[in-house]
Design a binder for this molecule. Sequence first.
Ligand SMILES: CC(C)(COP(=O)(O)OP(=O)(O)OC[C@H]1O[C@@H](n2cnc3c(N)ncnc32)[C@H](O)[C@@H]1OP(=O)(O)O)[C@@H](O)C(=O)NCCC(=O)NCCS
Length: 226
Amino acid sequence: MAEGIVARGEKTTIRWFERADVDKRQRWTRHTDPLYSHNDPRPMVGRERDLWFLERSSSSSYRMFAVDDLQEEMIGWITLRNINKSAGTSVLGIAIEPTRMSQGLGTDALMAFLDYYFRSLGFREMWLDVAAFNLRGIRCYEKCGFRFVGKHWTEHPTSAFPAVLSDQKYKDIAHYFRRSMLGVEVLYLDMVVDRTSYYRQKAANKNAGDSGEESGRLHQRRVASW
Ligand SMILES: CC(C)(COP(=O)(O)OP(=O)(O)OC[C@H]1O[C@@H](n2cnc3c(N)ncnc32)[C@H](O)[C@@H]1OP(=O)(O)O)[C@@H](O)C(=O)NCCC(=O)NCCS
């Protein structure tokens, strides 16, 4: 494997995140959907970018990886936070460049990364929490073997939230939001995948009998029941 590359999917390559990737990520297109704008990188100038990179790359409980497409364009990143080496656990963060979402890249990258995570790094479990309205993210995680284990309400910084509570456009997801003393809270779902579930899911994904339409319908039902 080439220097820095840790995993290869069918559509993506995952490698160590370098200082130059901070600049690449700053050039990503911003989200047009205000529900996702908190995923946009905070604008930073040169020295700030150096410090941002230094701070994150020197922490022992945090790791960053870049996701490239097959043309070696950086189209995503994966982060691990709250790394607990003795427990073999961490918490996932993942984002795909907004114009490249829903093209199978996130699932491809995460599936490839999980193999590296369990097999090479020797972790036992990966955790995450995801906004309940983020059906695309949840679907991606389920296809990688994650399962629901809990839920919690939390504050979330998005300018769209007042609109979510009143605008008819958001009526289907309005129940995932509630007013609180401090503003607006969002329902988050807790998910986890362990080594066994991941490899079982990987085998299931290869099974031609796993019809996308059927599993999509089941997915909607599972999310609704949470
Ligand atoms: C979440 C994210 C990483 C997923 O990566 P992606 O490349 O966009 O996702 P994929 O194309 O691999 O898979 C998305 C799946 O969700 C499905 N999907 C898309 N929109 C959906 C919706 N509104 N409802 C249900 N399923 C949906 C797609 O059909 C696809 O499933 P399929 O392969 O069975 O057809 C990416 O969308 C992203 O970066 N989003 C913004 C940031 C974010 O939400 N990060 C995660 C925070 S926890």
